[in-house]
Design a protein around this ligand. Sequence first.
Ligand SMILES: C[S@@+](CC[C@H](N)C(=O)[O-])C[C@H]1O[C@@H](n2cnc3c(N)ncnc32)[C@H](O)[C@@H]1O
Length: 213
Amino acid sequence: MYEIGYKAPKEKHGRFAEDKNVQETFKKRCKLLFDLLGAVTNKKVLDLGAGACDYSIEFAKMGADVTAIDLSKDRMEFGLKQFPDVTVKCHESSMENLPVKDKFDIILIFNSFRYVENKEKVISEIKRVSRKGTKIILIEQNPTGAGRLKASKEEQQKWFKPVIFDKNFSKIYSTTYFNYHNKVPKKIIEVLNKFRLFGLFGNEYLCIYKVKE
Ligand SMILES: C[S@@+](CC[C@H](N)C(=O)[O-])C[C@H]1O[C@@H](n2cnc3c(N)ncnc32)[C@H](O)[C@@H]1O
């Protein structure tokens, strides 16, 4: 169902979306991320499947040293052109073969992991460019099919398995909080989080992993 190797067009969405809900979600995500991460000044950040660099730009504005990777250079440049004072290093590349040698403090994979054919390769690349304590932040569509997109059982397995069951990573935070239309009562979300049943109702979920110390 998802197009492997999907290369996004450069038209507006995310920060530049016409849909106010999407814009609001973007702002909420940024706030939550920076609340969770604390200061990111001088942190080395890698944004995988960066799209129009929406998040790369926010991290760079907060003083991080950001590298963005996407299959579409056009799309990264489209976003960066709106922020001429912000510096983000861009590479047109698949995240299956990262054109970098450095180690990063924070790695973002926002709504791009599902498009990759060889997910195990991405995980091994992430390990290569991580050090102990690196934080990996994954935002993905809800694979249980309750959201906008529905995934088959097979697709759910493909998304989850390589990330969640890898013993080298410990999950330090997870939530379902991106319910665009606030249909899910807060109480239910709290219960879901408590039992780690995230992703059942909201249409996106967020996990933060940390490479074990
Ligand atoms: C839905 S967009 C998300 C963009 C951005 N992360 C965000 O949240 O605004 C998915 C992005 O993943 C990129 N992508 C898909 N497969 C990729 C791959 N194998 N390597 C790098 N980027 C990829 C697409 O070009 C697209 O820009």
